[in-house]
Ligand binder design. Structure first.
Ligand SMILES: Cc1ncc(COP(=O)(O)O)c(C=O)c1O
Length: 210
């Protein structure tokens, strides 16, 4: 079992970290993730055979780094030292980063709790590290996006439902919940660098939306 835990660094289920349930867990360190190295990510496994295989695959399938004898077809997925340094420095502050991500989410939730056209997805902050601040809007989303933009605030619509994307158009079935969420979901500014005053300002702007 390969577990896609790309967005879930630091999150748990039943006190066990996501990414550690399967044989292999995959994390992304692309921008906006809990930690980022620009691009790239990490694979975790307790299986020695898988570990050795992945180590070779990412290094052109050479018998060992620096020796150009190939035992199969591999790839160049090597992580650079420069990226590693950036990641390691963020890892040293992982407790703070997780705490701040949760605080940011809570501040939005508290501040927007009286705003009728906004719903929050059920989010279990005791176990989940929120990656983005997700809201579901009852008003036309485009109007909110334009209004926020006029006020200097960026936002981003949720990913389209996967069955609506070109490669999956032939997919049979109706996916009403995915479609509804995809059309109404919006991400609010979520950067770990957001200051409390900035969050307050965003909340004030949203409260004035009519
Ligand atoms: C669930 C999930 N899987 C895979 C990926 C891809 O990660 P990457 O961009 O590092 O290849 C992402 C990126 O956001 C993701 O959210």
């Amino acid at each position: 079992l390969i577990e896609d835990a790309c967005q879930a660094f630091g999150s748990k289920w039943n006190e066990k970290f996501l990414g550690t349930w399967g044989d292999i867990g995959v994390f992304s360190f692309s921008p906006h993730k809990i930690i980022t190295t620009g691009q790239g990510g990490a694979i975790v496994t307790n299986n020695d055979e898988v570990y050795e295989r992945i180590k070779k695959l990412k290094d052109f399938c050479r018998i060992k780094p620096g020796v150009d004898i190939h035992t199969g077809i591999g790839f160049n997925f090597k992580f650079t030292d420069l990226q590693a340094v950036i990641g390691i420095e963020q890892l040293k502050m992982i407790e703070f980063r997780i705490k701040r991500k949760k605080e940011i989410y809570e501040k939005y939730m508290d501040g927007l709790s009286e705003v009728e056209f906004i719903q929050f997805l059920p989010e279990y902050l005791s176990q989940t590290v929120p990656w983005f601040v997700d809201i579901i809007t009852e008003t036309p989303r485009d109007k909110i996006i334009s209004y926020l933009k006029e006020n200097g605030i960026g936002s981003r619509p949720f990913y389209p439902a996967i069955h609506s994307q070109e490669p999956y158009r032939e997919c049979k079935g109706t996916f009403n919940i995915s479609s509804a969420i995809a059309l109404r979901g919006l991400w609010l500014p979520s950067s770990i660098g957001l200051k409390d005053e900035e969050i307050k300002q965003i909340i004030n702007v949203i409260e004035r939306f009519s």
